[in-house]
Design a protein around this ligand. Structure first.
Ligand code: SF4
Ligand code: FES
Length: 239
């Protein structure tokens, strides 16, 4: 193990460049530890984002040696190259606000456009809905529910790069989660929302989203489920 890491960090906005820093290498060090060391000890104006540090909030995602990842749970030893070098950049496919902080507005707006908000019919006076944990309905709805909105899948998706209006893997994973939620009553609107040109049928099943998702979810499977359900509804003239 080298005693120091040679770290290149993106500075600036869309226009900018990499600055170089030497960071002491430590046991069990995460990429977020490295960025925090740089900001606290070497470059106080460096902008980046994190909150929980334990893989819950989804705010710390960056591009590390060319691949998007959650930096608080990514150990340096897993991503550093043989020369002890790291290159840390903001997430791809999103506008850069400054340095490592990206503007997530469009990413979350697409969740709304994909029908990502739950719509129920029950009121507070109704009893709690019961969906048995062992039921197929519950298992289907739970399959993608642990998404933390980190944007790793979105930054890794070539279709998003090619056509920026594409709703993207995270928004459609959310949509599929709600399609499988038996309490939700907005299914037709939701299927219409993802049936368009920029929706599920634009996915080329490249699979980078599923390969990189830190929560081991499969947006690829979710989008395939939407494709099937949209096609079935179209044949039945329900859309
Ligand atoms: Fe992150 Fe996975 Fe959710 Fe995409 S699906 S936003 S990679 S947790
Ligand atoms: Fe919350 Fe990394 S800081 S997921």
């Amino acid at each position: 193990m080298t005693a120091t890491l040679s770290v290149k960090v993106w500075r600036g906005k869309a226009e900018g460049g990499f600055s170089h820093y030497e960071v002491p290498r430590l046991a069990s060090q995460t990429v977020l530890d490295v960025v925090t060391h740089i900001q606290r000890q070497l470059e106080p104006t460096l902008s980046y984002r994190f909150a929980c540090r334990v893989g819950m909030c989804g705010s710390c995602a960056m591009t590390v040696n060319g691949k998007a990842c959650w930096t608080c749970r990514t150990h340096v030893s897993k991503v550093v190259d043989a020369q002890g070098s790291l290159e840390i950049a903001p997430l791809a496919n999103l506008p850069v606000i400054k340095d490592l902080a990206t503007d997530m507005s469009e990413f979350f707006d697409k969740w709304t456009r994909a029908g990502g908000a739950f719509k129920g019919a029950a009121t507070r006076h109704d009893p709690f809905a019961k969906v048995a944990p062992a039921s197929n309905e519950r298992k289907a709805a739970n399959a993608g529910i642990e998404c933390i909105g980190c944007g790793v899948c979105y930054a890794s998706c070539d279709v998003v790069s090619w056509r920026p209006d594409y709703l993207g893997p995270a928004a459609m994973n959310r949509s599929w989660t709600l399609v499988n939620d038996v309490r939700d009553v907005a299914q037709t609107e939701r299927l219409r929302a993802v049936a368009g040109d920029a929706g599920c049928h634009a996915c080329h099943t490249l699979g980078s989203c599923t390969e990189r998702c830190p929560k081991h979810l499969s947006p690829t499977v979710s989008i395939a489920g939407l494709k099937r359900t949209v096609a079935r509804a179209a044949v039945r003239k329900q859309l």
